[in-house]
Ligand binder design. Structure first.
Ligand SMILES: [Ca+2]
Ligand SMILES: [Ca+2]
Ligand SMILES: [Ca+2]
Length: 304
């Protein structure tokens, strides 16, 4: 089954490769301005949050949270408290600065143990994640689901994941039943409510254009990546300026996380940081004076 969470570009290229012609999949509509669409999406999402409840059914009684067990539907006599008003899973949001818009992105943490758990690795926005998830439209239509663990690089999927997944932590694997079977334990779980601008926007991918998306997910594991192969893990290079752009130390237009020569001094970062032929941990990378207290060599064009 094709995972629809792949970014539109990735997905459309797969469609192009696997079918001669798809008359049933219309091309994208001409894109409307992000700022305009976002305000409509925000109103729809906030209306949804105020008119729907959330409930977790432990359907299979195995003590693990499956994405299929997370139920959201219109409030009724039996379930009168909205997602907006309930307090079991406090509604949080993150401001995402992108495309000239300050997107307010709501999310819920379903696992109250949350951030305090020292076992949990957190991804940065360009790492690889092992997840289970389901994707729904606001009308309840489920357009995608992966019940079992599957892995994605966060830069390959819808934009919202890049920003919201780092708010969650992974768990660990253990064999609690003494049978040697490893199970994911104590993992982060959540729900994100994405404006269409951080989803498929003007593409028909989820079944309609400009669709706000609801993703319910478990984050089982994180693999730290080195996107530019400069021997500095991306998580140490992936950071944002106050205007929402990615940090670009040398200002050459290539963010540090994708730049193999971060200070543009003509010497590759991986060569600059090497100590006695080995690559040090990030904290041990030296500065120009040979200590670890100043600006690291690969970020300082005055030495190499
Ligand atoms: Ca750069
Ligand atoms: Ca770099
Ligand atoms: Ca350099």
């Amino acid at each position: 089954m094709m995972n629809k969470i792949l970014s539109v570009v990735g997905l459309l290229s797969i469609i192009a490769l696997t079918s001669c012609k798809r008359d049933d999949v219309p091309g994208p509509e001409e894109a409307r301005p992000h700022a305009e669409v976002y305000l409509e999406d925000l109103a729809k999402i906030e209306d949804y949050l105020q008119s729907h409840y959330i409930k977790i059914n432990d359907d299979n009684g195995n003590g693990k949270l499956e994405v299929t067990e997370v139920v959201m539907d219109s409030i009724n006599a039996e379930n009168p408290i909205s997602i907006w008003d309930q307090t079991d899973y406090p509604l949080q949001y993150k401001i995402v600065k992108l495309y000239g818009v300050d997107f307010k992105v709501y999310f819920l943490k379903l696992d109250a143990k949350g951030d305090t758990d020292a076992d949990g690795k957190k991804p940065c926005g360009v790492d690889k994640v092992w997840v289970s998830y389901k994707g729904n439209l606001l009308n309840g239509t489920q357009f995608d689901i992966a019940v079992n663990q599957t892995d994605f690089n966060l830069i390959d999927v819808v934009k919202g994941w890049e920003y919201i997944m780092p708010e969650f932590r992974a768990g660990y694997y253990a064999a609690p039943n003494g049978d040697g079977v490893l199970n994911p334990m104590n993992y982060g779980s959540g729900v994100m409510f994405l404006p269409s601008g951080l989803g498929y926007f003007n593409s028909y991918v989820p079944g309609e254009t400009y669709a706000p998306l609801i993703f319910t997910f478990n984050l089982y594991d994180v693999v730290y990546l080195d996107q530019d192969s400069d021997k500095v893990l991306s998580r140490y290079e992936y950071s944002f300026n106050s205007d929402g752009t990615l940090l670009d130390t040398d200002g050459d237009g290539i963010p540090d996380v994708f730049d193999g020569d971060d200070d543009n001094d003509g010497y590759m970062t991986r060569d600059e940081i090497k100590i006695n032929g080995t690559y040090p941990d990030f904290d041990a990378i030296l500065d120009c004076s040979g200590t670890t207290s100043g600006v690291k060599k690969h970020l300082d064009a005055s030495c190499h």
